[in-house]
Design a protein around this ligand. Structure first.
Ligand SMILES: O=C(O)C[C@H]1C=CC(=O)O1
Ligand SMILES: [Mn+2]
Length: 383
């Protein structure tokens, strides 16, 4: 019986390839928490906990994830049978309210450990993959329409992405619509264009916004209004033809159930981190499927470990109508992995090998760990 011997966390700050401009923050660096669980039989499991824009996207930050794990999760899991992931998840959710990213990071490391000990992939533990390549969106968020157009053209030419998600909500609605229209016109029908407002609009702004986006041929709008405003989200879903996707509104199966019961959204962005782990992410996906709601594999802009964990789960879902946005490693200047995840032919490819199918590059971790490079994180808030 392999016991949990030690849970180690490391903050790593990876510079982004360009400023990533979101409605709530501009990211120059992505900060991640690596989790390594050491088991009594010598096996090791890897996990990752990653937030967006410090604490400006949600209630967890890289620092809070580390504290939650070191101070509140590691002690209650100490000595537990490492194979008992359901028990560990239950203990974590009783010991720590909220903090789904921290719980997901630890659960991921437990899945990786168990799958490695069995010599199988994590996807295998979820019933096996139904696909090994998944469509993958890229986020255009340089903050400048011309730069975004050049980026989009390059992605199409190199066959890396033909789905683009534009981050809007920082500028007045009219300006945002003009920005989206310029990109729509530039790429024509070679790509699917979607937008993410990250909750920035009021309901009346959203009504104008959705009407404008629909007119210019945008396929989908993500979380246009506040996460808590489920009834208003439903009114937008019912009022327009453009698909409405819930993201921040979905913090696990209970939210998914409420959103599905009212059919407040057409599509769910399922994030393993926001759901509180792979198992709960699978539950969110099952609720969507049962309710006839479309599925999209979302990201917290994780580096290779978190992205691989999401790929393992999403490869097993019978239908993934809206594809994925599991491009996080490509947003960072350096890759954390020994063998980077493969992006080709407009798809992201499931890594093979046991566990998550990935191993860390120790030199990159050594160079970018926060305790070796003081003075980060690089986040600018608007205004
Ligand atoms: O969905 C979000 O809000 C977070 C994330 C996903 C892509 C991206 O650029 O940011
Ligand atoms: Mn989103």
């Amino acid at each position: 019986m392999p016991k949990i011997d030690r849970i180690e966390t490391t903050l790593v700050d990876l510079p982004t390839i360009r400023g990533h401009v979101l409605s709530m923050a501009t990211m120059m660096v992505q900060s991640i928490v690596l989790v390594e669980i050491r088991f009594s039989d010598g096996s090791v499991g890897l996990g990752e906990g990653t937030a967006i824009g410090g604490m400006s996207y949600g209630a967890e930050s890289p620092e809070s994830i580390k504290v939650a794990i070191d101070t509140y999760i590691a002690p209650v899991l100490d000595g537990l049978d490492g194979d008992r992931i359901n028990t560990a998840a239950d203990i974590m959710s009783r010991a720590v309210k909220g903090n789904p990213i921290a719980r997901c990071a630890v659960e991921t490391a437990l899945w990786d450990g168990l799958a490695r000990r069995l010599g199988v992939s994590v996807a295998h533990l979820f019933g096996g993959p139904v696909r090994t390549a998944m469509p993958v969106a890229w986020t255009l968020a340089s903050g400048n329409s011309e730069t975004d157009i050049l980026e989009a053209r390059e992605m199409l030419e190199t066959r890396r992405h033909d789905i683009f998600k534009l981050k809007i909500g920082k500028r007045p609605v009219r300006e945002d619509i003009a920005h989206v229209a310029a990109i729509r016109d530039a790429v024509g029908d070679r790509a699917s264009i979607r937008v993410d407002v990250n909750q920035a609009w009021s309901l009346d702004e959203a009504r104008w916004g959705l009407r404008g986006l629909q007119e210019i041929g945008v396929d989908l709008v993500e979380q246009p209004i506040g996460a808590r405003h489920m009834r208003q989200l439903k009114s937008l879903t019912d009022g327009y033809e453009i698909a409405v996707m819930a993201d921040e509104a979905l913090q696990g199966p209970e939210d998914a159930m409420a959103c599905a019961t009212d059919r407040a959204a057409d599509v769910f962005a399922v994030k393993i981190a926001q759901s509180g782990g792979l198992k709960k992410g699978a539950e969110v996906a099952a609720i969507a499927r049962a309710a006839g709601i479309g599925l999209y594999a979302g990201t917290m802009l994780e580096a290779g470990v978190g992205t691989a964990a999401a790929l393992q789960l999403f490869s097993t879902l019978p239908s993934l109508a809206w594809g994925t946005e599991l491009f996080g490693p490509l947003l960072m200047k350096v890759d954390l992995l020994e063998r980077p995840i493969r992006y080709a032919d407009f798809a992201v490819h499931l890594p093979d090998g046991p566990g998550l199918g990935v191993t860390l590059n120790p030199d990159v971790v050594a160079q970018y760990r926060r305790d070796r490079q003081p003075g980060v994180p690089g986040i600018a808030l608007p205004g």
